[in-house]
Design a protein around this ligand. Structure first.
Ligand code: ARG
Length: 458
């Protein structure tokens, strides 16, 4: 007999049971569901809505059910549709009819919203911790590479040299914003919907604040219809997760490129790469590729959830059961990626010599020659054209700027003097950009301090 079977004259078609059940995936919510029920029953007792002895019996029974579920000893069935009704059924089996008092003043609609919020609160905490680990790994690479000059790119063409440390710190600040967004979202996630009932509230003299306090919420949802209808906090998480996945994916793409023979800028540790079943020489950056690839499913879940919610009338609709799998999968996907990322970055070998070769054999100091002429009074537009001609001549003669003699330089502009050879060195070029946020060593050192200060605040 179904918990709601009273008004039915026929058993549910088995296909309907199978189709509508969510137990196969929402069993992940079991601990949160029971945590919520324990708070609810404590409140029913405190408010004298049910006798104290009954409440105690229910609380004891819930603890037993929890242990059984955790030990894999409880039978969770599709017949009882979801985790909420399965727990209630198990409770009644454990303590008898008195277990039926648990659901007083509550609906599965506020209950499921509660479980989602409890789950997400923990998930967000985990992701924040993992992002801190990734940032620490990036910062340790930055600190070890404060003198490592590499080509900086725009359009994937060598543009101006930068410090590898600067490049690492760019990602640190992206992940810091991701953490900030997640932390901010907790304001909205961490509110208790319990007490909203099915949609309109309840006739029982419940104490919503009591339950909220017990569960560590910052407050209660202000409107019962809103409390059971919206999943904007899930969308927000999926959106924040999408940004994290996007940032990870861009870094992955760079790791893949840098590992290629064409770049040869880094080598990922053997323990974070894989081989080929056919080609004995291969060492593939599979982890980075897969993290990049899994970005697709995270974006997909965001679009899926937005689409599910679009056009739903208030209040609860069964469509909303579709909120779970995407959220679980998004969290698991991020968790898996972030767990691998910190050690993969930490153990990556940076090929400083190769990066240096790359900035030496290119024209990424051309802007500095133009700026030098500006320093001598030439308008920038003019110096840009002059240097363009120098570069063109060099290309035609198989030379780089630093291969030219002073005479050759002076044939383009008499303003050029002997100090140009120092000005155009990669280290000088980098350290000349000592503007706040720039790539000079001292600017990057400030960035590292700024990032560490934010992390200490957390
Ligand atoms: N399994 C449902 C869900 O995940 C729980 C809420 C069901 N409420 C209802 N009135 N059918 O959304």
């Amino acid at each position: 007999m179904k918990l709601w079977g009273g008004r039915f004259t026929k058993p549910t078609n088995q296909l309907v049971d199978e189709y509508t059940a969510s137990i196969s995936f929402d069993k992940k919510l079991a601990t949160y569901d029971i945590e919520g029920s324990l708070a609810h029953v404590a409140m029913l007792k405190a408010c004298k809505i049910i006798p104290a002895a009954d409440a105690d019996k229910i609380a004891e029974g819930l603890q037993i059910v929890l242990k059984k579920i955790e030990a894999g000893e409880a039978e969770l069935s599709e017949e009882h549709e979801d985790i909420h009704m399965n727990v209630e059924k198990l409770l009644i089996e454990e303590v008898g009819a008195v277990g039926g008092k648990l659901h007083t003043g509550r609906s599965r609609n506020d209950q499921v919203a509660l479980d989602m919020r409890l789950y997400l609160r923990d998930a967000i905490g985990t992701v924040i911790q993992q992002l801190i680990d990734v940032e620490k790994a990036l910062i340790s690479q930055a600190k070890a590479n404060l003198d490592t000059v590499m080509p900086g790119y725009t359009h994937l063409q060598r543009a101006q040299p930068v410090l590898f440390a600067h490049h690492m710190m760019a990602y640190v600040f992206m992940f810091q914003r991701d953490m900030e967004r997640l932390t901010d979202s907790l304001k909205r996630v961490n509110k208790s919907p319990l007490g909203a009932g099915a949609l309109a509230g309840t006739t029982f003299p419940i104490d919503r604040q009591f339950v909220a306090d017990k569960l560590g919420f910052d407050g209660i949802c202000e409107n019962s219809l809103d409390a059971v209808s919206d999943r904007d906090f899930v969308v927000e998480f999926l959106s924040n997760a999408s940004l994290i996945a996007m940032h990870l994916s861009r870094l992955c793409e760079e790791l893949v490129q840098w590992s290629s023979a064409e770049f040869n800028f880094i080598e990922l540790d053997d323990s974070f790469t894989t081989g080929s079943s056919m080609m004995p020489q291969k060492k593939n950056p599979d982890v980075a590729e897969l993290v990049r690839g899994k970005t697709g499913r995270v974006y997909g879940h965001l679009m899926g959830m937005l689409t599910t919610l679009k056009g739903l009338p208030l209040a609860y609709n069964k469509d909303m059961q579709e909120d779970k799998e995407g959220m679980f999968d998004t969290f698991e996907t991020l968790k898996g990626a972030l767990a691998l990322f910190a050690p993969m970055i930490e153990t990556m070998q940076v090929k400083q010599e190769n990066m240096y070769q790359a900035v030496t054999n290119d024209f990424s100091n051309a802007t500095d020659l133009a700026d030098y002429l500006v320093g001598k009074g030439m308008p920038f537009r003019e110096s840009h054209a002059v240097v363009g001609q120098v570069v063109l001549a060099c290309i035609n003669n198989g030379k780089y700027l630093l291969d030219l003699t002073l005479d050759e330089f002076q044939s383009y502009s008499a303003l050029i003097e002997g100090d140009i050879f120092d000005v155009l060195k990669p280290e000088t070029v980098v350290n000349a950009r000592d503007v706040a946020g720039g790539t000079a060593r001292k600017s990057v050192e400030v960035q590292i301090e700024q990032a560490l200060a934010v992390m200490e605040e957390l």
